[in-house]
Design a binder for this molecule. Sequence first.
Ligand SMILES: [Zn+2]
Length: 256
Amino acid sequence: MNRRNFLTFTALTPLFARDLMAVEDNINLNNEITNSVYLPQKEWNTLVMLRNRIRALKKYVGFANFNILSFNDSLFYARNYSAIGKFTKDELTLIDKLFYEDPQEYGFYGIKTCFNLNNKISKKDIKKIPRTGHYLFRGKPLEDYKRLKQDVGSSLILTSGIRNTMKQLSLYCDKIYKHKGNITRASTSIAPPAYSYHTTSDFDVGRKGWGHKNFTAQFAQTKEFRKIRKLNYISMRYTINNQDGVRYEPWHIKVI
Ligand SMILES: [Zn+2]
């Protein structure tokens, strides 16, 4: 049963629905209903502060650099530039929690891709892709991307490449904020910071000029996507009903 049908069903059965309303429902892969996990109030306040600080950090280092910035370098900039300001103890504790905790309790079943919050990305291993603000790892990811561009055409663009731990953390915090502290919801649409394949290999593509629509299921309707599907060297990481518990992401290219 998908989520929409499930909600319709509960609407028709008031008693059952009432029980569930108290503990916002979530359906995991095995169609079991589990409770959504929320960030506690104190951590919510910290998250709001943390997002502001990360925003200032990003503004300081620039969009492209922020994609590959390490945790220790983030601390360095925060400490030395008053426009950012030192991370507080509570913020550091929250970062630690979001990075190191096991997200299975939120319904995320992907495997860990990064074991070190202070993961370093060496400039010699990566290549900046012109006019995108994004980087790709040299080797297979870069080769796949170049080949993909050649086969699909110039309307295909790179929409997200390498994301080091701070970048992934910032996207994760944004999702938690958007879902008003519901971490279960957040982790169905973004991998937790230690679980993103963007940190190791994968990348996202889109159609030129499509903006945020590139990150919706609508991307699957484009001619770019149809062409991608015909290429035998390309596969999708997050297919419909994938094992990781992540939403369908037709734009996310799996690099193996
Ligand atoms: Zn992606």
